[in-house]
Design a protein. Structure first.
Length: 327
């Protein structure tokens, strides 16, 4: 990772990357936070620009160097890689609760949009979110955020993307992702480069798909494999026809002994993403010698923690991240 930038240098870095300046700070988007909304962090010719919002506790230290700010949680929304919005969480959760809980715990939270599978297949969405992490490190001094303390969190499809951020990395080029071009761009991509790549420090993954390989059991018990599904559309075709892509898109591929702390939370009644998917990643991390890989099974919970009060598992996720990247 490069040396920290002075806050005043951030606008120049974004201009050099072909990106617009940071949007102005506002209040009221998330209780207790100063927010920057609709920050365009990556522009791929031929596709819509992708943007993020970032909410920093009002009590955060004034913008300064990367070592002087508050820790940051990067949130990836779910929606089967083909729908969803960075500003929303599942409809059965108290709206806005998660982001407010992060801020109340002293954590900044950034919420990212990414391209959907109807726009481009894997690794397009992952290319976007890892560019988002690099962007957030680059602008950290202007936000009052500590770019050396970043955790990731995501639910369902966003949990898969968060897992890849934690395990496969945030650089422009990542080992194991050579699966062919997905960006038929007519010109260069505007993004912050590898000078701001680096590991994340923790991950909380909510009922994520983790293994798309043909030998794995079907991800879902609600939708028969023969019908095709969101995972096939994300991969660009059935895993049986695109085995290299399935391997590259599977977080289990990247289980490693130096993985950051990982907490998985998954309902035992989940029919959309079977509990086995979280078990597989937990077991792969343990087998690789990762120092901390835990799975909390939420009794009676369907996908999105439907059927139970979603707040306790969400509180567990926020507390886990705060304990590992907080002061």
């Amino acid at each position: 990772m490069s040396d920290a930038l002075a806050p005043g240098a951030v606008s120049g870095l974004l201009a050099d990357a072909g990106l617009p300046p940071l949007p102005p700070a506002v209040r009221g988007a998330v209780a207790g936070a100063v927010s920057r909304c609709e920050a365009v962090y990556r522009v791929t010719p031929g596709f819509r620009p992708v943007a993020l919002d970032v909410h920093v506790p009002e009590a955060a230290s004034a913008p300064g160097d990367m070592g002087g700010g508050v820790p940051l949680v990067v949130w990836a929304h779910g929606g089967g890689w083909e729908q969803g919005d960075r500003r929303d969480t599942p409809g059965n959760w108290p709206q806005g609760w998660l982001f407010e809980a992060c801020v109340a715990a002293g954590l900044a939270v950034a919420t990212l949009d990414y391209r959907f599978s109807g726009e481009a297949a894997f690794p397009a969405a992952f290319d976007d979110v890892r560019a988002g992490v690099r962007y957030l490190r680059a602008v950290a001094p202007a936000l009052g955020v500590d770019g050396s303390r970043i955790a990731v969190m995501g639910e369902s499809a966003g949990g898969q993307l968060a897992a890849l951020l934690a395990l496969a990395g945030t650089g422009v080029d990542v080992d194991g992702l050579d699966v062919g071009a997905t960006d038929p761009a007519s010109g260069p991509v505007s993004e912050v480069g590898d000078a701001f790549a680096g590991p994340v420090q923790a991950a909380a993954l909510l009922y994520p798909p983790t293994d798309f390989t043909p030998a794995a059991a079907p991800i879902s018990s609600a939708f028969p494999e023969a019908e095709g599904g969101a995972d096939d559309r994300m991969l660009g075709g059935p895993a049986t026809e695109r085995p290299a892509v399935a391997i590259a898109a599977s977080p289990v591929t990247y289980a490693r002994p130096d993985a950051p702390p990982v907490l998985l939370l998954h309902g035992d009644a989940d029919s959309i993403v079977r509990l086995d998917q979280s078990v597989r990643l937990r077991d792969a991390l343990v087998a690789a010698g990762a120092p901390e890989a835990a799975l909390d099974v939420v009794a009676g919970a369907e996908h999105c923690f439907e059927g139970v009060d979603p707040v306790p598992p969400l509180e567990r996720a926020v507390a886990f991240l705060a304990a590992r990247i907080g002061v």
